[in-house]
Design a protein around this ligand. Structure first.
Ligand SMILES: C[S@@+](CC[C@H](N)C(=O)[O-])C[C@H]1O[C@@H](n2cnc3c(N)ncnc32)[C@H](O)[C@@H]1O
Length: 216
């Protein structure tokens, strides 16, 4: 992402990190690119307090699913980043979660200037039915405890946070199906599969970075 930003970006360009959390990505971009006009959006006030200490960013408390917030900014950014956010936009069902992820992509596109770029970074899990049963299992356990439940220290908690992982195919289809977006680049970094994941039926985990340009 950083090398592509360095190829494309001019100093006057602006970038919004949607779901910026504690500001790690903003800090990286501010340290390694020439972009100075950096914004972050996140509903977690605690995370934004941490992000504030990481650099000179404009931080906005709020959700990318808030149409009014998105409309108040309009298409002013040359770049937008959605890193590890889509799988957190969960609804009551998997289908509802996919709709939220799609709505986030649509709203992210609304924040972009024509010709601007959206970087989507997601942890993907294959096959989809395993991500599906993990979603419902985590949902069930999250009613029992609001804490992570991971007695075997697998990095895969049974309870909170509930997440709805996509496959590469689902992610790509979602991004390319977003009105006004054209996928221009895609890259996957594979993760080693721990035995416990294989036993759970997972056959692939990767971090996928997808770059899309706003054409309309
Ligand atoms: C796994 S963290 C990723 C943080 C950061 N993007 C990174 O890569 O380090 C997911 C973030 O998405 C944020 N988030 C959850 N729902 C959101 C929403 N509706 N709109 C924007 N951000 C959201 C969370 O508050 C959290 O900071």
């Amino acid at each position: 992402m950083v090398s592509l930003l360095n190829t494309l970006a001019k100093e006057e360009d602006s970038l919004v990190d949607i779901g910026c959390g504690t500001g790690q990505t903003l800090q990286l971009i501010s340290g390694q690119t020439r972009i100075r006009n950096l914004f972050g959006i996140d509903p977690s006030l605690n995370s934004l307090v941490e992000a504030r200490n990481k650099g000179d960013f404009t931080l906005i408390p709020g959700s990318i699913l808030d149409d009014a917030l998105v409309a108040s900014f309009g298409p002013r950014f040359r770049f937008a980043v959605l890193a590890f956010v889509l799988h957190h936009l969960i609804g009551r069902t998997r289908v509802e979660s996919w709709r939220r992820a799609q709505a986030a992509l649509t709203n992210a596109t609304c924040l972009l200037q024509q010709g601007g770029y959206l970087f989507v970074v997601e942890e993907i899990v294959h096959p989809s039915f395993v991500a599906g049963y993990a979603f419902y299992l985590k949902k069930l356990f999250s009613h029992i405890s609001a804490e992570r439940i991971d007695p075997l220290k697998t990095d895969f908690s049974l309870g909170a946070p509930v997440v709805s992982y996509l496959t590469t195919y689902q992610l790509r289809r979602m991004v390319s199906g977003t009105l006004g977006l054209r996928v221009v680049n895609m890259h996957a970094q594979e993760k080693a599969l721990r035995r416990v994941y294989r036993l759970a039926g997972i056959n692939r985990i990767a971090t996928v970075t997808l770059v899309a340009q706003k054409t309309l």
